[in-house]
Design a protein around this ligand. Structure first.
Ligand SMILES: Nc1ncnc2c1ncn2[C@@H]1O[C@H](COP(=O)(O)OP(=O)(O)OP(=O)(O)O)[C@@H](O)[C@H]1O
Ligand SMILES: [Mg+2]
Length: 261
């Protein structure tokens, strides 16, 4: 009883960034999510691993409001956001990147980041070029640095390498005042060098920003997270620290079995 009241007080103060209770999603007869229960502390970094079609992206879509769950509740820093429109969730500091790139290829790198910063701020749009001292431009510059794209500042997005485009997607998620970010396979298609860069970028994000990262590469997942959740057939079936997951016989069978035998 005492424990329950502590838990409910913690919920009220938003000690958890995300709380999912029985979150389900069906597409016709297909059960993509079958009652997900999940709690992620503020500032926590969580990896979600799972086979193709496990429901990982669908989980993100219900959290961001890209579409609604068919059952269950979702709280963000204590507030029930289950049916809140996506833009209202963004206003509260929730961000995501997509598995498939959503960049505007005809803009320069700095303009893309600037427009993302301006878009989530309350300031009005202007057709004038922003001054270097413009508050959104100052933030855009600092984000450019955070995602290691300073040398690409003025080139067109279309001419960036695949890895640099994925770095730019992270940049857009950092616009404004993010409190929690959902990264959908940011390492997909990256070279080993680009993967190392990604790990460094994620590990250097401000500590108050928590995230969930969907990742197929176990090495990347274990190096950028404090806890790992495993997903299969719309369900979470295992959770642990990176060490626990790495040493788990079932996980070794799934991830290392193929590689070594
Ligand atoms: N909009 C949709 N309409 C119908 N079915 C969908 C839709 N989105 C996802 N699904 C189905 O839900 C299941 C889970 O898909 P989801 O994209 O969440 O998997 P995932 O874990 O992200 O897989 P991957 O690793 O391939 O990205 C799949 O069977 C998929 O075909
Ligand atoms: Mg997916």
């Amino acid at each position: 009883m005492a424990e329950n009241s502590v838990a409910s007080r913690l919920q009220g103060t938003g000690a958890f960034a995300l709380e999912l209770e029985g979150v389900g999603r069906q597409f016709g007869a297909l059960v993509a999510l079958a009652g997900i229960d999940m709690r992620i502390a503020a500032g926590e970094r969580r990896a979600v691993l799972g086979s193709n079609g496990a429901g990982k992206t669908t989980l993100f879509n219900t959290i961001t409001g890209d579409f609604l769950p068919t059952s269950g509740r979702i709280r963000f820093f204590g507030e029930d956001i289950t049916t809140l429109p996506a833009h209202e969730r963004i206003r509260r500091g929730l961000r995501r990147t997509y598995q498939i790139s959503q960049l505007f290829k005809g803009l320069s790198v700095i303009d893309s980041i600037f427009l993302a910063c301006r878009g989530v701020s309350r300031r009005r749009f202007s057709l004038l070029r922003p001054a270097a001292t413009d508050v959104n431009m100052v933030q855009a510059q600092s984000i450019l640095h955070a995602v290691h794209l300073e040398a690409e500042r003025d080139i067109l997005v279309a001419t960036l390498s695949h890895g640099q485009q994925r770095q730019l997607e992270i940049a857009l998620a950092l616009a404004g005042a993010p409190r929690f970010i959902l990264f959908d396979e940011p390492a997909a298609g990256l070279s080993p060098t680009e993967r190392r860069d990604l790990v460094a970028i994620l590990n250097a994000l401000p500590k108050h920003i928590g995230y969930v990262i969907i990742e197929h590469d176990l090495d990347v997942a274990l190096r950028v997270s404090e806890r790992v959740s495993m997903m299969h057939n719309g369900r979470l079936f295992k959770e642990g620290t990176p060490e626990e997951i790495e040493n788990d016989p079932e996980v070794q069978e799934i991830y290392l079995g193929g590689r070594h035998g």
